[in-house]
Design a protein around this ligand. Structure first.
Ligand SMILES: [Zn+2]
Length: 375
């Protein structure tokens, strides 16, 4: 952020921000970028590269992405592999560890430089225990505490969050929703999830399940969902349902990746099922707009790469079904970070696992510089 943006978002005066930034830059916490045309307050303030590196781990339902990033927002190394993540938590954690060790070696990063790790999981996380909070959304992870599992393997502090929450964090810090206080991030991939930003903060709810938009009821008489309800959004917009729709026309061995590729090249049947999925997602987003009145809805995940093929029907349905005062101001846009939104969010929480003082806010009573200098 620039110093001016820090002042705006904290409510501190520009002079106070300037003093704090100077103090933290002197003790090596911040790097302050070169002066731009907008002057001193236009300079970008980043966590210093000397603060070490963090590890990001993004478990999707069907992929694993890992990255090594520094505190200056640079991704030093990254890898993504296909993985049936739902099947086994320990296999997933073992693979993530092996991939990260290879990335660290490849990037020439010493283990002592690693300060923390952040993990995204495609299911609700119980805020109190850190356990994956559902036996049915990600079956192989029932009761597993991913932060403990990975902490034991990596030997660094680890924080875990729902993947859509991390995507929301990524897009709100670096992407389409930058500077937005009230926004929603909708991840449309194998499943559908949402990360909600309310008053500039990720909203997790009482037990960590806020944003499970994939399990909003679309049709009470619809197919039984893996959550036990009938006619959830995921039973109309999730990958298994879309592939089933195309089984007669495109064959039983069609994959989700191939479906997206065919839709991008204008295959009529694939375009149709994507458009219909967009309509159903639009129903849930219209309800979300009525409830939360976000200024922006950012669409991410695998299907977001199809652009207006998906967004057009979402926008049209929201326009038709949400109350006019909720739709008037809401912008429904593609994320700008693509498949990296979640991993960037994971790197952000990794640094907050390592240096909570810097992220949780500065203590009112303690002199900031001496606090930081003792770390
Ligand atoms: Zn459901």
């Amino acid at each position: 952020m620039t110093q001016a943006e820090i002042a705006r978002s904290t409510g501190l005066s520009a002079a106070t921000v300037s003093n704090i930034v100077r103090g933290l830059a002197e003790v090596g916490v911040f790097d302050v970028g070169p002066t731009s045309s907008t002057g001193r307050r236009g300079r970008i303030v980043r966590l210093s590269r000397s603060r070490g590196v963090a590890l990001g781990i993004d478990f999707g339902h069907s992929h694993l992405r890992v990255a090594v990033g520094d505190a200056g927002d640079h991704i030093l190394a990254e890898e993504v592999v296909p993985l049936e993540v739902d099947a086994s938590a320990t296999d997933g954690c073992d693979l993530a560890t092996r991939l990260l060790e290879r990335l660290l070696d490849g990037a020439g990063v010493a283990r002592s430089e690693v300060v923390g790790a952040g993990i995204g999981i495609p299911g609700p996380i119980d805020a109190a225990t850190g356990a994956v909070g559902s036996s049915v959304i990600v079956p192989g992870w029932d009761g597993i505490r991913p932060a403990e599992e990975m902490g034991r393997r990596l030997g660094v502090p680890v924080l875990v969050d729902n993947d859509a929450n991390l995507g929301a964090l990524g897009e709100s810090l670096y992407g389409a929703a930058r500077g937005r206080g009230d926004a929603a991030y909708i991840k449309v991939a194998t499943g559908v999830g949402a990360g909600l930003i309310i008053g500039g903060q990720i909203y997790r709810g009482e037990g960590g399940t806020a944003g499970e938009i994939g399990h909003v009821t679309i049709d009470e008489q619809g197919p039984v969902c893996r959550c036990g309800n009938r006619g959830c959004l995921e039973t109309f917009a999730g990958a298994p349902f879309l592939l089933e729709l195309l089984r007669h026309s495109h064959g039983g061995d069609l994959t989700f990746a191939r479906l997206i590729e065919l839709a991008a090249h204008g295959d009529a049947g694939c375009c149709r099922v994507i458009a219909d999925a967009g309509r159903y997602i639009g129903v849930a987003v219209a309800n979300l707009c009525n409830l939360l009145n976000p200024g922006m809805v950012v669409v991410g995940g695998d299907l977001a790469g199809l652009g207006d093929l998906l967004l057009g029907p979402i926008r049209a349905t929201v326009g038709r079904q949400a109350i006019p005062s909720a739709t008037r101001r809401v912008e429904i846009v593609n994320g700008t970070l693509g498949a990296r939104a979640e991993i960037l969010g994971a790197l952000v929480v990794a640094f907050s696992a390592a240096t909570p003082l810097l992220v949780a806010g500065l203590p009112e009573t303690s002199p900031v510089n001496s606090k930081v200098a003792t770390r």
